[in-house]
Design a protein around this ligand. Sequence first.
Ligand code: ADP
Ligand code: ASP
Ligand code: MG
Length: 468
Amino acid sequence: MYVLKFGGSSVSTASSIQKVVNIISSYQDNNPIVVISAMNGITDKLEVISHLLVKKDTQKVFSLILEFFNLHLDFIDKLIPEGEIKSELLTELNEEVVNLKDVCKSAIILRESGLKIRDYILSFGEKLSARIINAMLHTKEIHSKYISAEDLICTDDNFGEAAPNFDVSNNRINTLHSILDTNTIPVITGFIGSTRDYITTTLGRNGSDYSASILGALLKVKEIVIYTDVPGIFSTDPRSISTAEQITDLSYEEAFEMSYYGAKVLHPKTILPAAENHIPIRIKNTFDSENPGTLIKSESKPNGIKVINLIPNISIVNVLGKGMIGVPGISARTFNCARSVGANILMISQSAAEQKIGFVLRSEDATKVINELNQEFKSESERKDISMITQIKGSILCCVGRGISENPLVLRQVFEVFEENNIKILMMVLGASEINLSMVLRKEDAKRGLEVLHKRIMEPSHSKVIVE
Ligand code: ADP
Ligand code: ASP
Ligand code: MG
């Protein structure tokens, strides 16, 4: 059994959809379970609709829903010949769109616009694309069945970023077993699930990879294959550096660090269910299916830096002051300010004498956190115990690979290349995870820092710092 997940980029043109169908049919004898994302850009369009609900502009909302529907109709006209399959699909799509319109209308009347409604609205991207792929398989006389993951993946009610409940989902997937027993391919919506009482939830943006892994773990499949628009994981985003090299294998740990710190190719949560069940994940290219891609599994060779990714638009927030020396609880209060506004801290550094606590978060969260800090430390500031709270904008350059922390040569390479190119490191964290070296660079140095370090690491004489 294999889970095959196809991302938005794989279902966004008529010819790519043909490729998807060919790939699925090549797995026919291996019990594939197919997971489909919304077409590229569709979830963003649905987000716009959900934001418009508060404006009570029914006309605008309905015209965007029509646009959304027509976009899918265009594909159907290109892909599916007139006949029973097409008319059945059009009936299904019409029903879905009526549901979408109804909920938007009710939301506008009731002035409801929360995450619960947003999740329901966003679910239609996956519902329509999965139905189209299912109908396409029928045109090739392949037995398949559309299933909404609302009927399979049970989650908590943390709308917008729901977490799966594996025990309840385990009961729900019995339906899947009976479909597989009849040699029918299930075509399942990515990204969504539902609460215990079947209210639609989403697993977080880019969450279809996670859906694939949850289903793979529930069904104990042989491999989870993520089909995307690049032939695997590369030494850096191949869209930003054309000399990026494909990586043959990574450990679960490396893949987690890499995806958590900026590599969009995989949703970080995807790793957890697969790793717990020792199921390999393979990243492959829909447009070059012969390429074996990148295999993610328990072990990988320790090879020094393997992947370098950039996270732009981050800020260092520094809390400075001599009055912090030896005063217990300053760090806890500082980080509490981030927690209270829901900001995620990406890196932390603190001087030994506690004169300075620095932490890194996304720039969009920085102002809110600084306001909280100013409130929290008002009396310390008045007493001059805390002298300054500052913000420095930059980018995180994140290097991932087994062997980074064991070998001082890796650090030497980094320092040498940055010194030669006059690039200043504003903050550095090594050792929090033994396979991750993260550095904050000035905004204006970030792209160049990535380029020069990537070039050095990839040069045969400098690369591959092997630690056995
Ligand atoms: P999908 O639509 O299939 O889910 P995504 O756009 O979410 O695809 O992820 C694929 C993209 O991830 C690639 O097009 C690539 O630009 C980007 N990416 C970022 N970092 C890396 C990396 N280190 N290796 C490969 N791809 C990367
Ligand atoms: N369609 C969803 C999104 O754009 C999920 C995904 O594509 O993985 O976030
Ligand atoms: Mg993706």
